[in-house]
Design a protein around this ligand. Structure first.
Ligand code: GAR
Length: 203
């Protein structure tokens, strides 16, 4: 059974989707910590209500090394196998990422490699693409650039605003993020360069 650490900064709806799938037994793992770098994150409140180990580790006004040192120590003490970034709005340093090779997942609200970085849904609308979506990927040393585990496509409608488009993408996020976590928790993927493949012997 894998130990999951979930990192959030805000609303926490992706964390909630993962937690539901853990609670129902669909993801064979236990959540050892929900960590927010913002004290006011709604997701942190939610984690407390669920009786999970909810921690606030401040990042603001603090050297990055201090923040990441505390984060790393917390995750290591709890013997975290897999780290899920779920609306975690800080870029982790290459040094931090190296400590957890292929063990950090992120969800991003676009079909990467299109529209990395902030405001991906707004970027997609402004660019005029007809399809966008979401991506679960392994975190490497770049920004939103690691090997892709799962993606879901979402059409952009003429009447879409950033809000309506984001809401339709979010529905797909809540579907594919728990699915990707399950694949990793069950040790069902293999990594071949940039490609993430299902292991041959896995059904
Ligand atoms: C989600 O849409 C997630 O894809 C996005 O932030 C939102 C967090 O929502 N993440 C990024 O843009 C990362 N660059 P949540 O807190 O309700 O899960």
């Amino acid at each position: 059974m894998k130990n999951l650490g979930i990192l959030i900064s805000g609303r926490g709806s992706n964390f909630e989707a993962i937690a539901r799938n853990v609670a129902s037994g669909k993801i064979p793992a236990r959540i050892v910590a929900v960590i927010s770098n913002r004290a006011e994150a709604r997701g942190l409140e939610l984690a407390r209500e669920m009786g999970l180990n909810a921690r606030f580790i401040p990042s603001k006004g603090r050297p990055r090394d201090d923040f990441e040192g505390e984060l790393r120590e917390t995750l290591e003490t709890l013997q975290t196998d897999l780290i899920c970034l779920a609306g975690f709005m800080r870029v982790l340093s290459p040094e931090f990422v190296k400590q957890f090779p292929n063990r950090i997942l992120n969800i991003h609200p676009s079909l990467l490699p299109a529209f990395p970085g902030m405001d991906a849904q707004k970027q997609a609308l402004e660019h005029g693409v007809k399809m966008t979506g979401c991506t679960v990927h392994l975190v490497n040393e770049g920004v939103d650039s690691g090997p892709i585990v799962l993606q879901a496509a979402v059409p952009v409608l003429d009447e879409d605003t950033v809000e309506t488009l984001s809401a339709r993408i979010l529905e797909q996020e809540h579907r594919i993020y728990p699915e990707a976590v399950r694949l990793l928790a069950e040790d069902r993927i293999q990594i071949d360069g940039r490609r993430v493949l299902l292991k041959k012997d896995s059904i």
